[in-house]
Design a protein around this ligand. Structure first.
Ligand code: FES
Ligand code: FES
Length: 155
């Protein structure tokens, strides 16, 4: 039997206490235990960015973090960005600029973009490139993604 420990954390603004299997990744915990499947499973080795979430406001690859490390932390997933039924402005900008094709990279891209805009509301092209450096888009929608982020920037 796998060893389990209790962890306390907040997810998308709600406080939770759950059991986490020792050794389970945060990515698996988010998808299989919290049933928040917007966070995508890609490479599982920290290279594609499909699994990026905000941990205490910082973007992290959830495949590279253990679920038990969530104890005492604040987690935000793609499901937590919309508020009161309204999309976050970066989500709306992705729609307006058709910044996706298959959409598999989109949650990770949007979370990385949200983290950038929180840190730097008017990012330069270089800032955007750097913020997206850990996010791969197999469909090659990079140009539209950059445009969506630009459009969400504060003028
Ligand atoms: S699934 Fe985590 S970086 Fe690819
Ligand atoms: S839209 Fe398909 S991987 Fe980015």
């Amino acid at each position: 039997m796998s060893e389990k420990v209790n962890i306390n954390f907040s997810v998308n603004g709600d406080q939770e206490t759950r059991e986490a299997v020792v050794g389970q990744t945060l990515l698996k915990f988010i998808r299989d235990e919290l049933h928040l499947t917007g966070t995508k499973e890609g490479c599982e080795i920290g290279e594609c960015g499909a699994c990026i979430v905000l941990l205490n406001g910082k973007p992290v690859n959830s495949c590279m973090v253990l679920a038990v490390e969530l104890d005492g932390q604040e987690l935000v997933t793609i499901e937590g960005l919309a508020k009161n039924g309204e999309l976050d402005r970066i989500q709306q900008a992705f729609i307006d600029h058709a910044a996706f094709q298959c959409g598999y990279c989109t949650p990770g891209m949007i979370i990385s973009a949200r983290a950038l805009l929180d840190r730097k509301p008017s990012p330069t092209d270089e800032d955007i490139n750097e913020a997206l450096s850990g996010n791969l888009c197999r469909c090659g929608a990079y140009q539209e993604i950059r445009e969506a982020i630009k459009a969400s920037s504060k003028k």
